[in-house]
Design a binder for this molecule. Structure first.
Ligand code: GLU
Length: 511
């Protein structure tokens, strides 16, 4: 590349960050880092009516959690600040004025009531070539009328004058040649009555002033491209325009339409990166983080939604993605979201993460579940025993709470059908042997010793050890899950094991 690559993620701070947005960040980030370039976060907050308090901090927190920290941002400014468009308000008017002077934009004085009246008269009204002469603007009005309106400080907006039937073409890095007919696009507002630019003007001016070389955004922005191309052509020259890539959508699991927050609610999975609480409605939306995903897994699964390296390889670290990523291998079509596959990625990353790191990540979930972890090294050991069974960090609670406290319920219904006097006698004897060992201070420290002892006792009682394993598991764990039973006894120790067997025998004798 001739100049240093500079890309930007340019979210509007209107709420939680959808995973489609996180994937846009990811592709920006991977491309920048692959080319030794810079990744910029610019907050597009010119639409004050959609501004939501806390949303910017949420975006920063999400990027930090994902490990994609911008090189320049509102909290870490570089040479091209400010990085919030609302703080750049003074920069935009001169460009709108320039467009007016060039004849590519015009003043529009129509009031909200004027526009409403027009909309009620004409179905699907668009402020465009077809109707602009019927409106109150500097094209339809005489020069003196316009200057009177300006002198009397009549509020106005500045609109782009879309040219008639101009065919605009640009090269999209994912889609190839894309063409538009300008007559299908309306005269978008560029500068609002309060002096704030709209997204269209601000995005072009800022991409220019911030020396952005490549602009990647979701494909829902494709219809805006003709306006942006024209603004580039009129203001800075098309040769200066960043290279564009419109990223395919993340689709609903069924495949039709964009994955929405509602789909997540309907199907019971997160769609936002982290928990989000709307400060106005107090509506709470669950995030991948709080659902128990590792950021490495979220990054990995999002990278593979729309990209692959040309082989069957599916597990990639961020470093591998940086070195392998290329836009040529991003698909044009949307990718269906599959939550089961997402959990598979997380499970793979749980297996790859060392036990001590997992323990630190799982600890807050134990706090939330009010399970006390007295000994951090014990938690690390337990993690090692159950990690293969966990898809989510929250699964560690269900898979291992019995290591920290006796199960609150024993599935006696699973025990009863095959329960008989012989088993009753065996477990009573086992409990007594454990009691004796405890009173003598003898303790079996290896799972293999516990197993041998158990099998010998079973032989004495003439029962197949295989018939005793499920009852033992149910007594210790409460249900039909968990790692090896002798690993469990070795971890919770004889005294606890003996108490749990005792408790279960009492429950059974009451049935
Ligand atoms: N502010 C737009 C958004 O909210 C950014 C689109 C772009 O990247 O140009 O997604």
């Amino acid at each position: 590349m001739d100049s240093k690559v500079r890309v930007r993620f340019a979210p509007s701070p209107t709420g939680g960050l959808h995973i489609g947005g996180v994937r846009t960040v990811l592709f920006n980030y991977l491309f920048a880092k692959h080319h030794g370039g810079e990744f910029i976060l610019r907050i597009e907050d010119t639409d004050q009516s959609r501004f939501v308090a806390g949303a910017e901090q949420y975006i920063l927190d999400t990027l930090n959690w994902c490990g994609m920290v911008p090189d320049e941002s509102p909290v870490h400014p570089g040479a091209y600040g400010p990085y919030r468009q609302s703080e750049r308000k003074h920069l935009y008017k001169q460009y709108a004025d320039q467009l007016i002077a060039q004849g590519h934009a015009y003043y529009a004085f129509d009031t909200a009531a004027d526009l409403e009246a027009k909309r009620s008269q004409i179905p699907n009204f668009q402020y465009s070539r077809a109707h602009r002469m019927e409106m109150k603007n500097s094209i339809a009005l005489s020069e003196s009328e316009v200057s009177d309106l300006l002198k009397s400080n009549t509020p106005y907006v500045i609109r782009i004058k879309m040219p008639e039937q101009e065919n605009l073409t640009f090269h999209d890095l994912i889609r190839g040649e894309v063409s538009f007919d300008t007559s299908t696009v309306d005269d978008k507002v560029l500068l609002k009555a309060d002096g704030m630019p709209t997204y269209h003007l601000a995005v072009v001016v800022d991409d220019h002033l911030m020396k952005i070389t490549h602009a990647f955004r979701g494909e829902e922005w494709l219809p805006s491209a003709p306006v942006h191309i024209l603004l580039w052509k009129y203001l800075f020259g098309l040769d200066k325009m960043p290279k564009w890539a419109h990223l395919p959508l993340i689709l609903k699991p069924e495949g039709h339409g964009k994955l929405s927050k509602r789909d997540g609610e309907r199907l019971g999975f997160p769609v936002f990166a982290m928990d989000w609480m709307d400060p106005n409605t107090k509506e709470q939306t669950i995030g991948f983080k709080e659902r128990g995903f590792l950021p490495e897994a979220l990054i990995n699964l999002l990278a593979l939604l729309g990209w692959n390296d040309g082989t069957d390889k599916e597990i990639f670290s961020i470093e591998e993605l940086i070195s392998q990523f290329s836009l040529e291998r991003v698909h044009k079509g949307g990718a269906k979201f599959d939550y089961e596959k997402a959990k598979w990625f997380n499970q793979e990353w749980i297996k790859k993460t060392d036990d001590a790191t997992l323990a630190a990540l799982v600890n807050p979930f134990f706090d939330d579940a009010q399970i006390e972890v007295h000994e951090p090294s014990y938690l690390v050991k337990v993690i090692g025993l159950v990690k293969d069974r966990c898809h989510l960090l929250t699964d560690f609670i269900t898979q291992s709470s019995f290591f920290f406290q006796a199960p609150s319920q024993i599935d006696t219904a699973a025990l009863l059908p095959k329960w008989d006097d012989k088993k009753q006698a065996f477990f009573s004897a086992l409990m007594l042997e454990y009691q004796t060992m405890l009173s003598k201070g003898v303790t079996l420290t290896q799972a293999s010793e516990l197993e041998l002892h158990f099998k010998n006792l079973a032989a004495t009682h003439e029962i197949k050890p295989g018939d005793l394993m499920l009852p033992l598991r149910l007594m210790l764990v409460g249900g039909k899950f968990g790692p090896g039973v002798f690993d469990i006894i070795q971890s919770i120790e004889l005294e606890d094991a003996q108490k749990r067997i005792d408790h279960s025998l009492k429950l059974l004798s009451n049935k």
